[in-house]
Design a protein around this ligand. Structure first.
Ligand SMILES: NC(=O)C1=CN([C@@H]2O[C@H](COP(=O)(O)OP(=O)(O)OC[C@H]3O[C@@H](n4cnc5c(N)ncnc54)[C@H](O)[C@@H]3O)[C@@H](O)[C@H]2O)[C@@H](O)CC1
Ligand SMILES: Nc1ncnc2c1ncn2[C@@H]1O[C@H](COP(=O)(O)OP(=O)(O)O)[C@@H](O)[C@H]1O
Ligand SMILES: [K+]
Length: 551
């Protein structure tokens, strides 16, 4: 299980490791620097030959007949060190790369006498073999821009988890002047110059991913475990985001501890597998009820119903108002259809205890009736997913909804829906922060779940899932799992159906939300670009087969 840490948790783990005598701070810094160098060569194996026998020297032109792939001229390293331990890591990287034959220039932002002890020691070790230049915006620009024949490996060791306020203007300005091209989120093909961030792109809040004037990178190398900020995206009004990291690598620096409390985990295949095993009889797999909107507004509910059936609910019934019966009947086969009119009809149908999971919201409409239908369904105390209109219909008085929600419920808002139910939390999240660690989507989702008294799944490329006790996870559609084509009409309806289907099969609300969200992204990746929401449930057989085979 992969943990996502806050800066404070990381510091506590480091402190414990040092206190126990397991390791010294200097050891950790050396391992961190060595890990960055190793990660650079793993990311760009062609750079390994720079400065080595038979390869181009750092600073010398490579053999034109055999240039390392992607390197057009000379290759130099520019290390930008900051006033804390992130800067200390930078001095280690400078020393190790120079020892490999690279030409290395180092600038320090800050005063050497103020460096913390381990960083100061690595400053001295570097100063014994190379020059430390005092930060000078102009000199750095001149060095970089005045050399048209070289390609640069720029190492950002300015600030890491210790960033607590907006970036100094001169550093942010200077970096923007550097950037050869907009950095794309997969970090591939940087086109010559490579920008590597140690631990975090400087200017990015490690707890929230928010932007204090971030310096984007092609590759970010972090230590021991990823931090929450690495996995927070740009959406829902929060500034910053994982796009600044480029590609992310986590390097082991030999610490064994995990966060003591308040941990956040990343949703991964292993956790999902145990939950999705098939077998048994259809009546053991539950019976999901999805409520449809009226005439002309039925597509969303059918998408959800299809999702619920494909993910393994034994039976799925679509509850449809009379006005939409023909429309629904014309398009359903394996899914059963039942006429339900209004809240009374819902209460009556849910007297049948075999219906054990309910999906409310997709296409339900914003009329008076929706509120009454939702209230009736919640009173029946079934495992219930509430999405879309079932959430926004309570915008004027969310407390009415919160009073009825119970621990078998899952709310699945996107940013807009979240803001309607939790306007104060959304406003806090949208604020441009002045100090760190900043309020994050994890904080907002946890608060929302506590207030609602049930699981809240806050959608996005960084879907956050929290329960009322504070247990929290992130389902990421970033880095190697990026699926931007999932932002398509109806994708959320399918997700609501997936979670409902898993609830029908008896999973707990948090596990169903996690597995549903994880499979949703897998389905999107299975299909690839061009995806429309109808395609999502149809990818499940292949995804589930792969999961079982690889598990
Ligand atoms: N915690 C750990 O276990 C390890 C930490 N290591 C490194 O240590 C880093 C954390 O070191 P620190 O806690 O010293 O923090 P940083 O090096 O990230 O920065 C702290 C320094 O920057 C200053 N500062 C913060 N925001 C600023 C701003 N906007 N403008 C100007 N100055 C600002 C602070 O006053 C402080 O002097 C990590 O990111 C990582 O690179 C590694 O050496 C490996 C182990
Ligand atoms: N950039 C993105 N990358 C990956 N997934 C995304 C991205 N943007 C949105 N999603 C996902 O797509 C789905 C969209 O849901 P929603 O906003 O409710 O759309 P709709 O109401 O049209 O169904 C959610 O599961 C969300 O997490
Ligand atoms: K950094």
């Amino acid at each position: 299980m992969m943990e996502l840490l806050t800066a404070a948790q990381m510091r506590a783990i480091e402190h414990e490791a040092i206190e126990s005598g397991e390791v010294t701070g200097l050891d950790l810094m050396e391992r961190a620097g060595a890990g960055v160098v190793a990660a650079i060569f793993e990311e760009w194996p062609e750079l390994e030959r720079v400065g080595q026998e038979g390869g181009p020297e750092g600073g010398a032109a490579p053999d034109p007949a055999d240039p390392p792939r992607g390197i057009l001229g000379k290759m130099k390293v520019l290390v930008l060190c900051g006033p804390g331990n992130n800067g200390g890591d930078g001095f280690v990287v400078a020393r190790l790369l120079q020892a490999r034959g690279w030409q290395v220039d180092v600038f320090l932002y800050g005063n050497p006498i103020d460096l913390p002890p381990d960083a100061a020691e690595n400053y001295r070790r570097w100063a014994a073999v190379g020059e430390v230049r005092t930060w000078n915006d102009r000199e750095i620009r001149d060095l970089y821009e005045g050399d048209a024949t070289s390609r640069f490996l720029v190492v950002d060791a300015l600030f890491g988890t210790g960033l607590t306020r907006p970036m100094p203007d001169d550093t942010a300005e200077m970096w923007r002047g550097f950037m050869p091209s907009p950095i794309v989120s997969d970090g591939r093909d940087p086109g010559g110059d490579r920008f590597v961030a140690i631990d975090f792109p400087s200017g990015m809040c490690s707890d929230s991913g928010k932007d204090f004037g971030a310096l984007p990178a092609h590759l970010t190398v972090t230590f021991h475990a990823a931090k929450i900020g690495h996995y927070m995206s740009l959406d829902c009004g929060s500034y910053g985001g994982s796009d600044n990291c480029g590609r992310l690598r986590v390097v082991d620096i030999g610490m064994t501890k995990t966060a003591a409390k308040g941990r956040v985990t990343l949703v991964e295949a292993g956790g999902v597998l145990g939950q999705t095993k098939r077998g048994g009889h259809k009546y053991n797999h539950g019976h999901a009820l999805v409520l449809s909107g009226g005439h002309g507004k039925t597509g969303a509910a059918r998408l959800a119903a299809r999702g619920a059936l494909r993910i393994g609910a034994g039976l799925v019934t679509l509850g449809s108002p009379r006005s939409a019966m023909f429309e629904n009947a014309a398009q359903l086969t394996a899914i059963m259809l039942h006429q339900i009119d209004g809240a009374h009809g819902v209460s009556e149908l849910l007297e049948d205890k075999r219906l054990n999971a309910v999906c409310l919201g997709p296409g339900l409409g914003r009329g008076m009736d929706t509120q009454a239908v939702v209230i009736a369904a919640l009173k029946a105390q079934r495992a219930t997913v509430l999405d879309a209109d079932a959430l926004t219909r309570f915008e004027r008085n969310p407390q009415v909804l919160f009073d009825l929600l119970h621990e078998q419920c899952v709310l699945t808002p996107h940013g807009g829906e979240f803001a309607k139910l939790f306007p104060d939390l959304a406003a806090k999240l949208a604020q441009r922060p002045q100090t760190g660690p900043a309020y994050s989507k994890v904080d907002a989702t946890r608060e929302a779940a506590a207030r609602a008294g049930c699981v809240v799944l806050f959608k996005g490329a960084d879907t956050v899932i929290a329960d009322p006790t504070g247990r929290c996870s992130v389902n990421s559609a970033q880095y190697d799992r990026a699926a931007p084509w999932l932002a398509t009409a109806g994708a959320g309806d399918v997700l609501a159906g997936f979670i409902t289907g898993l609830l029908a099969r008896g999973m707990s609300p948090k596990a169903a939300a996690e597995a549903g969200a994880w499979l949703h992204v897998e389905c999107a990746r299975e299909f690839g670009p061009g995806l429309i929401s109808e395609d999502l449930p149809e990818q499940l057989p292949a995804v589930l087969r792969r999961l079982e085979r690889d598990g």
